[in-house]
Design a binder for this molecule. Structure first.
Ligand SMILES: [Zn+2]
Length: 858
């Protein structure tokens, strides 16, 4: 088998593996492994020289002839990969023997490596790893098993689960490889009889088959035959993990409007023709589904028997047209865990599992899209783009109909946390994947009603710019890189606190910009509600003088504090800072007063959240010359901007779909990983660290902080209190003044994987624009999508140490100590700052589900 790998990898210097097999003692392997792990970075090539050095040292120590070091890049420790001569998938693997006595520390690397292999679709490599490592993983075998259940594709899952149960190591490396795939021994025999020049084509074919289980080559048929005859070796296999009931898979596609017979996904649509779009949550992937890489659907814990799910279709102008009034259908979860139709989009109650939506292909040819969202109680669980090819006449084209999941909620709440919470009242999903200058899609869910809203992306972006400008102006007079002393609300260092008149002017500027944003965004939403026969959602009259205007009627519905999520598949640059939205009408060119109920309360001892204004009953609600801070969403509503935990469309979307567990759970006190810039005060970071169990000290350098982030047990709260900068154009967190000690998003993305704790990350990078929303996406990608954080708290504009510390202490007191949901903790913190006359809590955004909560378990 090594010969097979050698040939596959071509550039591999054949002497090394035999040399290692001949000369290295088992006790040498950890040295090789650790050398690789220590030096292995994201870049292929970094680990290999380290392995070479380790091998060299072994040779010297044993007085042996040193092997020639092959010029081969490698991934950490275990993979030899030569991009110069090989395709991405044509990779050879080096699996060092791990003596049972020396496994400490290695299982974690192994577990991460197995998950990475599964997520990136290298299933055979995952199988090899599991075959190799399962015997030494002990109780962690269960975790390997659930990784296999969750991420293994159809073809591999049963093998992977069986391999995860292995308790005894194989007799030899060859036996280990043999058991990683039932076809390997047969192929090995086949390979032995072949001349060398035929081995390579065989290897390539073999890889093609392994990478594409549908392959129709002769080798594929042989493999499949071997597979079925060998399957008994691995049975019985229980394919389901903890969840009861059947596995769930989303299937969807196009069907004939008369017979409802599903079309093949490889058949295009004909212009100006009626079709049906079908959707089901079945217990197996359907071969006719347009889901190109089916992934198992994990419903949140609260979606139990009897739960009703809404499925909604939205199209945009020029795209596939959804019949008005038939955009939403309902599914119900049965007692047996299966999902059936509760109500068809046309209103009929029918049995079966499939929803049928009447749609129409447009007159123009080309790629046309639809958005299909799955919601529960107004919360967006999953949203997918359906892309179809439209031709003059239907024709066969590969994946002419294809669906891609581009938003996947990570919110999966425990029953206990749920009981204390209201459902999401308003959910807005911003979707910008249309050409620039064109329209932005919003999918808006209000209770069970869902609407598709389109608005010009430019208009949205302009509002975002203006809102952020107002915040910068209020914070530091919009100075480009403000220094200490230039922050207007910085009440230390002798800087003056804003006087009452300045405070009034600041609120006025913020309210005017926030109101503009609301008129633009809310206006489009309300108008769509009106036009699509959902005017009953605007049934409450607006304030006097504005009774008839749709956007203010929508405001009236939002008068009480609500739970609002502004989810996002889009670039953060067009995500309106929801905190800044001001949803009360303001008189034209008026001289504004500040609400006296608020001012009196501000001077008093009571918490602002208990004051009438912030409970939806401001006495001046009907006076458009009065500005009340309760008009800002950030001061009245519980907000969250959850980021999809899947990958942004275009990438390999359906692979990285690990659902987040319930709220952040820990026993005893949580573990807090805290990093501070060396020149920042010690007191605040120690306070944050003191919320935790004390197991991790406050770090002042990137390297030891990164070590803490990778540590097992994993942290529940990660707090960065540091500078930020750019290094070769990449935003980085900076821990020294000189800018030498930095941590980039990729440093985290390539090394950290929180499989269990799924912490909240608080990013307080001060006096830097490096972590502002236009640059924050790399941190979101790294921390939420790759490392597995439950969410991230960040800022819309530059922050400074005093505000950062103040705000963080308020939020963390509520979130960690009092176990309040993040949306509420953020609002409370904003209001506490406001009590002291500082409106700048509005600059903080939670990129997390508003209900995210920290929970202690026994
Ligand atoms: Zn008021």
């Amino acid at each position: 088998m090594y010969d097979l790998f050698t040939i596959v990898s071509r550039g591999l210097e054949p002497s090394l593996l035999p040399w290692l097999a001949r000369n290295a003692a088992t006790s040498d392997w950890p040295q090789v492994m650790l050398a690789a792990a220590r030096f292995g970075g994201l870049e292929p090539g970094e680990a290999w020289p380290a392995i070479g050095m380790a091998v060299d040292e072994i040779a010297i120590a044993r007085g042996l002839t040193r092997p020639t070091l092959p010029a081969l890049p490698a991934r950490p420790g275990v993979m030899l990969h030569n991009p110069a001569t090989l395709f991405e998938e044509e990779v050879a693997w080096l699996l060092p023997q791990i003596p049972a006595g020396q496994v400490a520390g290695l299982p974690r690397i192994a577990l991460g490596e197995i998950e990475q292999a599964l997520l990136s679709g290298r299933d055979w490599y995952a199988a090899l790893l599991i075959s190799h490592l399962a015997p030494v993983l002990g109780s962690l075998r269960e975790r390997v098993r659930s990784l296999a259940v969750r991420h293994g594709n159809d073809y591999w899952r049963a093998y992977l689960i069986a391999l995860a149960a292995l308790e005894t190591p194989a007799d030899s490396a060859a036996a280990e490889v043999d058991r990683s795939h039932p076809a390997v021994p047969a192929l090995d025999r086949l390979a032995q009889g072949l001349p060398a020049d035929q081995l390579e084509p065989l290897c390539r074919q073999l890889l093609a088959v392994l990478l594409d289980p549908d392959s129709r080559t002769a080798v594929a048929r042989e493999l499949r035959a071997t597979k079925s005859s060998s399957l008994e070796r691995f049975t019985p296999v229980e394919p389901l993990d903890a969840r009861e009931g059947p596995a769930l898979w989303v299937n969807n596609g196009i069907a004939d409007p008369l017979t409802r017979r599903p079309h093949s996904p490889h058949q295009s649509l004909s212009t100006d023709t009626a079709y049906l779009f079908w959707f089901e949550i079945g217990d197996a992937p359907d071969p006719l589904s347009a889901e190109r890489e089916p992934a198992e659907l994990e419903l949140p814990d609260d979606v139990t028997a009897g739960a009703v799910l809404q499925v909604t279709l939205t199209g945009g102008p020029g795209d596939l047209v959804v019949e008005t009034g038939r955009e939403t259908g309902e599914l119900i979860v049965g007692a047996d865990g299966r999902v059936r139709v509760a109500r068809q989009p046309d209103g009929s109650a029918s049995g079966g599992s499939r929803l049928y939506f009447p749609i129409r292909a447009p007159a123009g040819t080309g790629r046309r899209q639809l958005r299909c969202s799955l919601l529960h109680k107004g919360r967006n669980l999953q949203s997918r783009v359906v892309t179809t090819m439209v031709d003059e006449a239907e024709q066969v084209r590969a994946w002419a109909v294809e669906t891609t999941v581009d938003f996947l909620s990570g919110q999966s709440l425990g029953a206990e946390a749920l009981a204390a919470m209201e459902p999401i009242d308003l959910s807005i999903l911003v979707d910008d994947r249309r050409p620039p200058g064109d329209l932005t899609g919003l999918v808006v869910a209000q209770g069970v009603e869902v609407a598709a809203v389109s608005m010009p992306v430019d208009a949205l972006q302009q509002q975002v710019e203006r809102a952020r400008y107002a915040l910068r102006r209020v914070s530091h007079n919009d100075v480009k890189l403000p220094q200490p002393g230039q922050f207007r609300y910085d009440d230390y260092d002798g800087a003056p606190k804003a006087d009452p008149e300045a405070f009034r002017r600041d609120l006025e500027l913020l309210a005017l910009r926030g109101s503009d944003a609301w008129v633009e965004l809310g206006g489009h939403i309300a108008m769509t509600f009106e036009q699509t026969g959902r005017a009953h959602l605007l049934s409450e009259p607006g304030p006097p003088g504005y009774e008839k205007v749709a956007v203010w009627r929508l405001s009236a519905w939002l008068r009480r504090p609500r739970v609002i999520e502004m989810a996002n598949t889009a670039d953060l640059r067009i995500l309106i800072p929801a905190t800044m939205i001001y949803d009360r009408p303001l008189a034209f060119r008026a001289k504004f007063r500040i609400c006296d109920t608020f001012l009196n309360a501000q001077a008093g001892p009571a918490e602002l959240s208990a004051v009438e204004c912030f409970r939806g009953n401001c006495p001046h609600w009907d006076d458009d010359t009065v500005i009340c801070p309760s008009g800002f969403w950030g001061f009245r509503h519980l907000l969250g901007s959850p980021q999809s935990v899947g990958q942004i469309a275009g990438a390999d979307a359906s692979r990285d779909v690990s659902a987040r567990g319930p709220s952040i759970t820990h026993s005893g006190r949580p573990r807090c990983a805290v990093g501070r810039a060396a020149d920042f005060g010690r007191e605040h970071p120690h306070w944050v660290s003191g919320l935790g169990d004390g197991s991790l000290p406050v770090r002042t350098d990137a390297a030891s902080l990164l070590d803490d982030l990778r540590r097992d047990p994993e942290p529940h709260l990660v707090y960065f209190y540091c500078h930020g900068d750019f290094s070769d154009g990449m935003p980085v967190l900076q821990f020294d003044e000189a800018g030498d000690d930095v941590l980039a998003a990729t440093d985290v993305a390539g090394r950290v994987r929180w499989l269990e704790s799924q912490p909240l990350v608080f990013l307080n990078a001060c006096r830097s624009i490096a972590t502002q929303p236009e640059h924050a996406s790399s941190f979101i990608e790294a921390l939420i999508r790759r490392a597995g954080a439950s969410g991230m708290v960040g800022t819309e504009i530059i922050t400074y140490e005093r505000l950062a510390a103040d705000f963080a202490e308020q939020v963390l007191t509520e979130f960690v100590e009092r176990r309040r949901p993040i949306g509420e903790a953020m609002r409370t913190a904003r209001l506490r700052l406001l009590t002291r006359g500082n409106p700048l809590g509005l600059i903080y955004t939670a990129y997390a589900p508003p209900h995210l909560t920290m929970r202690s378990v026994a």
